[in-house]
Design a binder for this molecule. Structure first.
Ligand code: ZN
Length: 377
């Protein structure tokens, strides 16, 4: 079904006479919580809204790729179904009658679901994702089920029961009528590589379905970064017990000054809550990792650093400046938060040759103390 036909059915039945741009905005708000500022559309400078003509064009000629890409990973099927089911029985019957030309099984009772699936399919194909054939879908579901049986529990724990897809954060286990049920699928990260545990992530059904037909490498790269953080955190928690934290941290910090950074700047000394710098919804894996390190080590590390500074083993101010300078440089290069975190850890790891865990802890400390990541506006 094309978007223009979908749009015109819904416009006729549920718009209450609203004009095209107004109803378009309503319709999008029924399927996603992505706000209009985040849509990949050109804005009218006077109203700061998407140009009315653009929206009229979409309703006649279909959604642009850029626009579809900006919402495709944040579609909420239930939201749409609920919104249709709130309408009167008469309206739903009319919608079902209109939709029968596309699906003869349409009834007042199932029209919400049918329209939601149809809308999601339209948005996915507008984003350039190719729908799978029935056979492909079946083969993939079979594989996914095998992977879920084999690795599911492990991967759900690794992701701390939350969909690690950037921007998602849905729960992977949900309670229904007092019982806990799984709400996830196991996805390959790099689809060209083997289904080994290091190439797998537990994703919520929505992210899983969208990613399975997304052939762009951009998202794959993001997911590789996410996995790196989750794996590192998992291994590190186990490893930590055998390490001498104090010596390790001091050794890491001693080496930080060897990093060659010239563009030093004033660092903020006012520690802010991590939630002010990393949004759990956008980067859950990163948030969880840093949060757990900070909870466990922040006070301890501050002590270690103060003492090492007093003994002249490290120069705390200098370390602080170095880290902040690294962050600023990476931020300027427009790297994602996940990439920034991983790269700083890598840099420190390379100069200190200390365990990556210690480097992660140190960088987490500096996230909390505000040298890495600015507060979200
Ligand atoms: Zn998700």
């Amino acid at each position: 079904m094309e978007f223009k036909d979908f749009f015109s059915i819904l416009k006729k039945r549920i718009s209450d006479g609203a004009d095209v741009p107004y109803f378009f905005r309503d319709l999008i708000a029924m399927i996603t919580d992505v706000s209009e500022e985040e849509w990949g559309t050109q804005k009218d400078p006077s109203t700061k809204l998407t140009k009315e003509n653009t929206l009229r064009n979409y309703s006649k000629r279909g959604l642009s790729k850029k626009f579809a890409e900006s919402i495709v990973y944040r579609l909420d099927r239930n939201l749409f179904v609920e919104s249709i089911n709130q309408r009167s029985v008469t309206v739903r019957e009319l919608l079902a009658d209109d939709f029968k030309a596309y699906d003869a099984t349409a009834t007042e009772a199932n029209i919400g679901e049918l329209l939601a699936d149809c809308f999601i399919e339209i948005i996915r194909s507008s984003a350039g994702f190719v729908q799978q054939s029935v056979l492909e879908k079946q083969a993939q579901q079979k594989n996914a089920l095998e992977l879920k049986n084999k690795y599911g529990d492990y991967l759900v724990n690794e992701a701390n029961h939350t969909c690690p897809f950037p921007g998602c954060g849905r729960e992977l286990m949900i309670s229904r009528a007092g019982k806990i049920a799984s709400s996830y699928e196991v996805s390959l990260i790099d689809k060209k590589k083997a289904p080994e545990v290091n190439n797998l992530l537990a994703l919520c059904p929505n992210c899983y379905a969208t990613y399975s037909i997304d052939s762009s490498t951009k998202v794959t790269k993001q997911l590789i970064g996410v996995k790196k953080i989750l794996v590192g955190h998992g291994q590190n928690v186990a490893l930590l017990e055998n390490l001498s934290l104090e010596k390790g941290i001091v050794d890491v910090l001693k080496k930080v000054k060897k990093l060659n950074q010239k563009d030093l700047s004033n660092a903020s000394l006012d520690p802010k809550e991590i939630t002010q710098k990393i949004s759990p919804e956008d980067d859950f894996a990163l948030y969880m990792t840093i949060n757990s390190y900070v909870n466990a080590y922040y006070v301890r590390i501050r002590e270690i650093m103060t003492n090492a500074d007093k003994r002249g083993e490290i120069d705390y101010d200098e370390v602080q400046y170095q880290i902040h300078a690294m962050y600023k440089k990476l931020k300027k290069a427009k790297k994602s938060k996940v990439d920034i975190f991983n790269e700083i850890v890598q840099k420190i790891h390379k100069v200190s040759l200390m365990d990556e865990i210690l480097c992660q802890i140190v960088v987490s400390y500096f996230v909390q103390s505000c040298e890495v990541f600015d507060a979200i506006a």
